[in-house]
Write a protein of this length. Structure first.
Length: 393
């Protein structure tokens, strides 16, 4: 795969850096021409199927290879590159079952001398294994190209795909147990807690850890990944788990939040939340305003996490989880709808934690609110509301 996590960021300079260096392999394939004929599309469907059934990869059109190494740029001439690529990707999606949805993306790299190099990026698919409808064959990608899968490989692929979501969920559950037990990377203040876990699928399939130097370079983005107002994060530091950006310690040597980047590329964000005593309720009833974590999560934290993934060359997709822990009894949820009075509906007494279902993110460039809204809704559902009332504009 071209070392650029966001396909839109690939430019002519990045393409030229491949020449004489980049070798075809499990995640990279060079093709001199883009064949848009029916036969060409059928062959491409097999390549897409193979990448989707393995760990994803890039098909690069407009590069001649010599002995498997990128050798020369041969510009692809397209009269209307956007329309042609949209038509191609739509056709390829329909030629593979299950359909390869937004894990299939294309990008035309404009060349200064005219023409384009076309990059077709296939993401690791959670719906694998896929088959090509024309011949009902399953394909996978290895270091020398694609090959037809035998029955054993197909069975293994089904089991592997089923395990991806379970492995992401197991990671979230392990981390929540550590937080509830007080075993966080930094001692947290004693308060209700927002925890966000972002797990790229590439982290679930990666066999080696990222070097500390790469983690520190990525860590500069995590300084913006605060999920609780009033707890700004400081410069990244190396720790046992990877690197961490944490808020200042209080008099009890506890922090109000942190952003932990693990060595496999997964991220944990934690933030301590503030509750407010309701007027005329004595010291018995307190309210929590979800806007104090929803706004920074959408406006700052998620974009920072995805920038971190980009710096580590971790492409989509990813699973994201949002959890609320340590919720006190008799807690109210506070919000100010467009009415004449504030509302403080009570949270059901049995809910001391609220866990979202996994949100599957197929494109890191999409609107963060639309992306993560399903993970924000459970706390509002618990008090009878369909969706969050927080105003994000």
């Amino acid at each position: 795969m071209i070392p650029q996590a966001r396909i839109e960021g690939i430019d002519e300079a990045a393409i030229r850096q491949l020449l004489g260096v980049a070798r075809e392999g499990r995640t990279l394939d060079f093709k001199e021409a883009l064949d848009l004929s029916d036969a060409g599309r059928r062959a491409l469907a097999e390549d897409v199927c193979a990448f989707a059934n393995t760990v994803g990869g890039d098909l690069v059109f407009g590069i001649r290879e010599q002995g498997g190494v990128a050798d020369e740029i041969i510009p692809v001439e397209l009269e209307n590159s956007d329309a042609a690529l949209l038509q191609l990707t739509n056709a390829l999606r329909d030629m593979v079952e299950p359909r390869v949805t937004t894990t299939l993306r294309s990008h035309a790299v404009r060349l200064a001398g005219g023409g384009h190099v076309i990059v077709l990026r296939v993401g690791l698919s959670p719906n694998a294994p896929h088959r090509v409808l024309r011949n009902n064959h399953f394909y996978l990608r290895n270091s020398v190209g694609k090959e037809t899968m035998d029955i054993h490989a197909i069975r293994t692929a089904f089991a592997f795909a089923d395990s991806l979501a379970d492995r992401a969920l197991a990671f979230r559950d392990r981390r929540l147990e550590a937080l509830k037990a007080g075993s966080s990377p930094r001692p947290l203040q004693l308060a209700p807690l927002i925890a966000v876990h972002a797990v790229p699928l590439a982290a679930l399939t990666r066999r080696s850890a990222h070097p500390v130097e790469a983690l520190k370079t990525s860590g500069r983005h995590l300084m913006a990944a605060t999920v609780a107002r009033g707890n700004p994060l400081r410069t990244a530091e190396v720790n046992y788990e990877g690197i961490i950006c944490s808020a200042d310690r209080n008099a009890e040597d506890r922090v109000g939040g942190y952003a932990q980047l693990f060595r496999d590329g997964s991220v944990e964000l934690a933030g301590c939340l503030t509750t407010h005593l309701l007027p005329n309720e004595g010291d018995r009833i307190s309210a929590l305003y979800p806007s104090q974590y929803e706004l920074p999560l959408i406006q700052e934290a998620l974009p920072a996490v995805f920038e971190t993934f980009a710096t580590l060359d971790l492409p989509p997709p990813a699973y994201v989880f949002v959890s609320l822990l340590h919720l006190p009894n008799a807690l109210r949820i506070g919000f100010q709808p467009p009415l004449e009075f504030a509302r403080f509906p009570p949270l059901p007494a049995h809910l001391t934690q609220i866990l979202s279902a996994p949100v599957y993110v197929e494109d890191f460039g999409q609107d963060p609110l639309e992306m993560i809204r399903p993970a924000l809704d459970p706390v509002w559902n618990a008090v009878g509301e369909e969706h969050t009332w927080t105003q994000f504009q």
